[in-house]
Design a protein around this ligand. Structure first.
Ligand code: IPD
Ligand code: CA
Ligand code: CA
Length: 271
């Protein structure tokens, strides 16, 4: 099985598990307003089981802490988010459920996100939406797909005609710079959305449903797969200051075109 097929298979198996568990989850707050469920953990265990079996030397970085599950394959090769991924030849970066708040509330936008990074750069990606049964995927230099069909972004290059999305952290503070950026963008774009799954937002930029997306408070597992999918669909993605993206910092502007990216950059960096 090639690596993209392996990522797709794991994402779909985990996504189907999430869908099956939705009526029996046990939500709790791991931090104020930051939800986690038994399904997040079950999904990550499923993904690790599938990938570790066929990739016995690769490392894993997942959002959930599975250290209590001592018999789990791959657990001995699990690294923490402070590990310098640029030193690892192969590391799978996993968000077993992106959009937990939507999932808990039974709102449809949630996904499973899996990326393979080589020396810190995404080379394979899969994001699965179990509600729509859509699987977005990409391999470095080989384009991006949804359910096997090539993806192309919208090509929109004017902010006033753009549908843009943003993400916030779980606990946004009154008067924070994140809120100021949201308000500035609201004035300038055609319409602004907060959908609840960072991984799917990036897939929508790749697919053309969204024209741009930015975030300053997400984590590497939210975006590692989506970054490759955006790039392979012809989109532009940089860090917030316009420099090459540092994926472990996960602060970025993504856009369908370079022209739109420049306009988003100007709005989001207003003093
Ligand atoms: C969250 C989602 C959301 C973003 C949050 C993330 P989770 O991930 O991606 O869109 O606004 O910052 O934490 O917690 O549902 O995996
Ligand atoms: Ca997430
Ligand atoms: Ca998650």
């Amino acid at each position: 099985m090639n690596l993209e097929a392996l990522a797709i298979n794991a994402a779909k198996e985990a996504g189907q598990l999430l869908a099956a568990m939705q009526d029996s989850i046990n939500p709790r707050e791991k931090a104020p307003k930051d939800l986690v469920t038994e399904a997040d953990v079950a999904s990550q265990k499923k993904i690790l089981g599938i990938i570790a079996e066929v990739r016995p030397n690769d490392y894993f970085l997942g959002e959930e802490d599975l250290t209590d599950e001592s018999d789990l394959p791959g657990l001995d090769r699990t690294v923490g988010s402070s590990t310098d991924l640029s030193e690892l030849e192969y590391c799978w970066v996993i968000d077993p459920l992106d959009g937990t708040a939507n999932y808990v509330h039974k709102l449809q936008t949630y996904s499973v996100s899996i990326a393979l990074l080589s020396y810190g750069k995404p080379i394979v990606a899969a994001v699965y939406d179990p509600v729509m049964d859509d699987c977005y995927s990409a391999s470095l230099g080989e384009g991006a797909r949804v359910n096997g069909k090539p993806l192309k972004n919208s090509g929109v290059d004017e902010l006033a005609r753009s549908l843009i999305a943003a993400s916030f952290s779980a606990g946004v503070e009154r008067g924070s710079a994140e809120v100021d950026r949201w308000v500035e963008m609201l004035y300038e774009c055609q319409a602004l959305r907060r959908l609840g799954s960072a991984a799917l937002n990036l897939c929508y930029v790749a697919q053309g449903g969204l024209d741009g997306y930015w975030a300053t408070s997400v984590k590497i597992w939210d975006i590692a797969a989506g970054v490759l999918i955006v790039r392979e669909a012809g989109g532009t993605i940089t860090s917030m200051d316009g420099q090459p993206l540092k994926i472990q910092e996960a602060k970025f502007i993504a856009a369908a075109t370079e022209k739109l990216h420049k306009q988003m950059f100007d709005v989001l960096n207003r003093p």
